[in-house]
Design a protein around this ligand. Structure first.
Ligand code: SF4
Length: 280
């Protein structure tokens, strides 16, 4: 799958090489003004400007070819737009579980039915989760790719799982969720330069056909306001996302007793499968 940060390097080779050569020859990281000048002097064939992510992707592919010296991490640092958001070389990746009831009765906890309990849909991390149907594989893979494409290290990751009360999700959901994070980490780690093990299309297609949480099917627009509260978050989420509750409860029972075949988005995995994914 070609992502939005990648471009056809043959069509764009000449201006990209010119920009990269200038950056490599510079005595240090160019200022934003110097970078903008460089991009303006070497426009795209359609007249637009290349993004930092395009330059990073091109550098990773073209470094060490006849036109550029061998790959050097220092050049990625020069091309990166924002400083590294990592601590001790470990990059945090945050994922959210899906909207689901919570047994808590904490009165100040937000009630955004589009989100797992206590999260608000206007937060960037929550929006990323929603765009990825709250699927653990899609969220993890897409975030890693985005970090990689903008020049951030992805070889050491700290996974942060947010959302409601973890222990109240079915155990099968918990095991499956973590296993699918491992699957995404492994697939991404094996990718090399051009996304050979990217299974997001397969997951996307399954979600579009089955999940209420796919952005094209998720038409929920329910906000519960304190004074007008006619139903609790738990009541609303179970009524709005009836099919999702079924997927987490009855459907996994059917999978467990063998009466239903399983797809990667079905919220069922065993401890053995999780252990195997962990040891991979
Ligand atoms: S998520 Fe549940 S337990 Fe946590 S603060 Fe909100 S209501 Fe309380």
């Amino acid at each position: 799958m070609i992502n939005k940060y990648q471009i056809d390097l043959e069509t764009h080779r000449k201006p990209l090489i010119a920009i990269l050569k200038a950056i490599i020859a510079a005595p240090g990281k160019p200022s934003q003004k110097e970078m903008n000048n460089l991009l303006r002097w070497n426009p795209r064939p359609d007249g637009g400007m290349y993004s930092h992510a395009h330059l990073i992707d091109a550098y990773r592919v073209l470094a060490g070819t006849t036109e550029l010296p061998p790959f050097n991490e220092e050049i990625i640092e020069r091309l990166r737009r924002k400083p590294v958001r990592t601590s001790s070389g470990v990059t945090p990746v945050t994922v959210l579980t899906k909207p689901f009831p919570c047994p808590g009765t904490c009165i100040f906890c937000p009630n955004d039915v589009r989100m797992p309990k206590s999260y608000l849909s206007d937060e960037p991390g929550a929006q990323r989760a929603e765009q990825n149907s709250f699927d653990p594989y899609l969220q993890t893979y897409t975030r890693l790719l985005s970090l990689h494409n903008t020049g951030h290290p992805t070889d050491k990751i700290e996974m942060i799982v947010l959302g409601g009360t973890w222990s109240f999700y079915p155990e099968t959901y918990q095991i499956w969720f973590i296993k699918r994070i491992f699957d995404a980490l492994h697939d991404f780690g094996q990718n090399g330069k051009r996304n050979v093990h990217d299974r997001r299309l397969e997951v996307e297609a399954a979600l579009l056909g089955t999940s209420q949480l796919h952005p094209e099917r998720n038409l929920t627009n329910v906000t519960l306001h304190g004074a007008d509260l006619e139903q609790s978050y738990n009541q609303a989420v179970q009524s709005v996302y009836k099919d999702e509750m079924y997927r987490s409860r009855e459907m996994v029972e059917e999978i467990a007793n063998g009466s239903r075949t399983r797809s990667p988005i079905d919220e069922y995995a065993t401890w053995d499968e999780l252990e195997a994914a962990h040891k991979f």
